[in-house]
Design a protein around this ligand. Structure first.
Ligand code: COA
Length: 195
C-alpha cells in the first residue's frame, strides 16, 4: 500500500492530548521538514544549523529517519507533525543514551508535547538497557531547562561551546534510568501523556 504523506503543521491553536509515536522510515520527507523547521525556529537551541542540514542529500535524511542504534519520535496529531525528539547513544559516552533534536512547534507548546516526547525517548532508552539519559541544552534556553528539570534531569556541571562562531554554551544534563523509573511510568501511564 502506498504510504500516506504526513503533514507538518502550519499553526496549531487547539489540540487534544499529545500523540507521540515512532517515526516510520518512509516518513523521512516529513522528518526533513520538521527538522529544518526546528533549525530555523530555534537556531540557538541546536549544535547544527539550517544552512548545514538544508544541503543534506535525500539519502542522509533516509538514514537519519531510520537510525540503526537509535529512535526518532514525533507528535503526529490531527494538525500534523508538531514535535520531534531523537534517542541515540551518547557520542562521548556510548554506555549512556542521549536525547537530541527536541523541538515543539510554537503553537503547540505548554501542552505536554515536550514531556510526552521525552517520556517516549526515556522508554526507548530503558528498553535498550541504558542506565542513564543525557542531553545538552544551551545555558540561555530557560524553557528547555525548565522542562528537563521538571522531568528530573540534573546539570552535571559540564559545559561546552555550542558551535564554532557562536558565543553560546551548552550544559550537559543527566537523568538516571532505573527499572524503578520504568515501573513508575507503567503505573502512571493512565494519568500521564503518551509514554
Ligand atoms: C523546550 C520545548 C521543547 C518545551 O516543549 P513543550 O511542549 O512546550 O513542553 P511541555 O508542555 O511538555 O512542558 C512540560 C513542563 O516543562 C516546563 N516548561 C516547558 N516550557 C516552559 C516555559 N516556556 N517556561 C517555563 N516552564 C516550562 C513546565 O514545567 C511544563 O509544565 P507546565 O506547562 O504544566 O507548567 C519547546 O519550548 C521548544 O521546542 N523550544 C524550542 C526548541 C528547543 O529549545 N529545544 C530544546 C533543545 S535542547
Amino acid at each position: 500500500m502506498k504510504p500516506q504523506p504526513v503533514r507538518v503543521d502550519t499553526a496549531v491553536s487547539r489540540r487534544a492530548a499529545p500523540q507521540v509515536r515512532r517515526l516510520r522510515p518512509d516518513e523521512w520527507p516529513a522528518y526533513r521538514s520538521i527538522r529544518l523547521r526546528a533549525l530555523l525556529d530555534a537556531p540557538d537551541a541546536f549544535g547544527s544549523t539550517h544552512g548545514r542540514e538544508a544541503a543534506f542529500a535525500d539519502a542522509e535524511w533516509q538514514s537519519r529517519a531510520n537510525p540503526p542504534d537509535g529512535a526518532v519520535f514525533i507528535d503526529d496529531g490531527p494538525d500534523g507533525l508538531v514535535g520531534m525528539a531523537i534517542g541515540a547513544p551518547a557520542p562521548s559516552n556510548p554506555g549512556a543514551a542521549a536525547l537530541f533534536g527536541m523541538w515543539v512547534a510554537p503553537g503547540a507548546r505548554r501542552l505536554g508535547v515536550g514531556q510526552a516526547l521525552i517520556e517516549a525517548v526515556k522508554g526507548w532508552a530503558i528498553s535498550a538497557g541504558y542506565p542513564r539519559l543525557g542531553l545538552g541544552v544551551t545555558t540561555t534556553n530557560a524553557p528547555a531547562i525548565a522542562l528537563y528539570e521538571h522531568l528530573g534531569f540534573v546539570a552535571t556541571g559540564e559545559r561546552y561551546p555550542l558551535r564554532a562562531g557562536s558565543e553560546r554554551t551548552f550544559q550537559i544534563m543527566s537523568l538516571p534510568l532505573t527499572p524503578m523509573s520504568a515501573l513508575d511510568e507503567a503505573e502512571g501511564a493512565d494519568g500521564e501523556p503518551d509514554q
